[in-house]
Design a protein around this ligand. Structure first.
Ligand code: TMP
Ligand code: MG
Length: 218
């Protein structure tokens, strides 16, 4: 008899500070996988299209003020409101490429001075990524890339703190073998893309056999 075991998709996450090239690499990986016969979808947080996403967008554009804790919770809600759909897509075999997630959520809020553990708590139990491609760039290098300063948080001093907290979150995951892949974002787009593709193809194969985990920071 043929036992039909459905293969799940991989949850591939890009994280990093502003201007590190996350969206560029996420888009390129998406195009590559789609053009090579993979079932794949590209998602981005914050998802500015939902009702909550519209509030977040207004906040980031400095059109609307909110308490630091209130906006932190809205970013988290903006992930929770997508969880069912993401879970169903992964279980149906789609690989998800995600541009920012809870690691950004905690890093930016904690950089503003909120308690790190408090920041983690609303995201506990979200789907866990299978890999985090951390696009690492110093704040000096990011500043040189231009376009900095358009949105709230695009300030060098804050970005430096954000980067430090990303590394603290990586430490928290030190028991999780090769979850974090630190990439020097100050390399050519094509070279980075090549590395990311190679790793992702192996990961997609490996993950298809593993159960989906809804255990972020548990
Ligand atoms: P974006 O530039 O990737 O669209 O993200 C917008 C800003 O929102 C960026 O400065 C990072 C920040 N952010 C948070 O503060 N919390 C979050 O949960 C997420 C996803 C992003
Ligand atoms: Mg930005």
């Amino acid at each position: 008899d043929i036992i039909n075991i459905k293969k799940r998709g991989a949850f591939i996450l890009f994280e990093g500070c502003d201007k590190a090239g996350k969206s560029t690499q996420a888009n390129k990986l998406f195009e590559y996988l789609r053009n090579n016969g993979h079932s794949v979808e590209l998602l981005k947080f914050p998802d500015r299209k939902t009702k909550i996403g519209q509030i977040i967008n207004a906040y980031l554009a400095n059109e609307y003020e909110l308490d630091d804790k209130a906006i932190h919770l809205l970013f988290s809600v903006n992930r929770w409101e997508r969880m069912k759909a993401m879970k169903n897509l992964l279980l149906s075999g789609k690989t998800l490429i995600v541009d920012r997630y809870a690691y950004s959520g905690v890093s930016y809020s904690a950089a503003k001075g909120l308690d790190l553990n408090w920041c983690c708590s609303p995201d506990i139990g979200l789907l866990s990524p299978d890999v985090i491609f951390f696009m690492d760039l110093t704040a000096e290098e990011a500043e040189k890339r231009g376009g900095f300063g358009e949105e709230r948080y695009e300030k060098k001093s804050l970005q430096e703190k954000v980067r430090k907290i990303f590394y603290m979150l990586k430490e928290k995951d030190s028991d999780k073998d090769s979850l974090w892949r630190i990439l020097n974002a100050n390399q050519s787009v094509e070279l980075l893309h090549k590395r990311i593709v190679e790793y992702s193809l192996k990961l997609i194969e490996k993950c298809s056999q593993l159960p989906l985990k809804e255990d972020l920071w548990k």
